[in-house]
Design a protein around this ligand. Structure first.
Ligand SMILES: [Mn+2]
Length: 245
């Protein structure tokens, strides 16, 4: 049996939508024997305020990921803008490795750049300014020293502000900037770029031979992933029910 490399992002797991959590965990449980490598490309959790915030949801995810890791799945994680505070403690509990925000892989011989995708949305200047401050190691450290109750309160506020400002922004500002995509390909020399974040599931193939695959968000009715193995080119799978690879 050929084992797969699987990419997933933007599941936005949260305690209010158990159907999404269930689909995510079922997918992993059912397919742990057929997955060689699992790349989680950020916004797996809708919010993350620190590894010390132990919730039933985080424990559920730890249990399933750990079980996958024990079954031989190599698990990698790139932070999203919502779960950028995931730290080494949680990663260790899950048996997963944290990767840099831009990571270059040799994917069955194909040079592949993976990232969450928010770094490519450079037309949204306000967001990039916010990101630069909030995601800095110093700011992360400061955030994590605040008491949990205060972090919960701030997270709730920030979510409200972000929903409000996103509804005011033009759709094209919230998509990737073509210049940033071109630059990312040029800097990395990758043939394939895989990311999420924009929730605009698509495969963009350029005349230059470069391909950009964008993962979509999960919701109550469906989940999606990109799968690839030694023999098959990368492709999307979209599923509503329990799916076996
Ligand atoms: Mn995102």
């Amino acid at each position: 049996m050929k084992k797969y490399t699987v990419f997933i992002s933007d599941t936005h797991l949260n305690e209010h939508e158990p159907a999404i959590t269930q689909r995510f965990l079922n997918f992993l449980n059912l397919n742990k024997g057929s997955i060689e490598k699992l790349y989680l490309l950020g916004d797996i959790f809708d919010t993350w305020i620190g590894d010390d915030d132990v919730s039933p949801l985080s424990l559920q995810v730890i249990q399933v990921l750990k079980n996958c890791a024990q079954n031989g799945v190599s698990i990698y994680f790139i932070h999203g803008n919502r779960d950028y505070l995931i730290g080494p403690k949680f990663a260790k509990s899950c048996g997963m490795k944290l990767l840099d925000e831009k990571t270059l892989l040799s994917l069955y011989g194909k040079q592949t750049l993976i990232m969450h995708g928010d770094l490519l949305c450079t037309d949204d200047l306000a967001y990039q300014r916010y990101r630069k401050i909030m995601f800095s190691p110093l700011m992360k450290k400061v955030c994590l020293t605040l008491p949990l109750w205060l972090r919960r309160k701030i997270a709730k506020k920030l979510r409200k502000i972000s929903q409000y400002s996103n509804s005011e922004k033009q759709m094209n500002i919230m998509d990737v900037s073509e210049n940033s995509v071109t630059q990312a390909f040029a800097e990395s020399n990758a043939e394939l770029l895989i990311h999420g974040h924009t929730h605009r599931l698509a495969c963009h193939s350029a005349a230059t031979g470069k391909t950009r695959m964008v993962l979509g968000a999960w919701d109550k009715t469906q989940g999606n992933a990109i799968i690839i193995n030694e023999k098959e080119a990368p492709r999307f799978i979209n599923f509503s029910q329990a799916t076996t690879l």
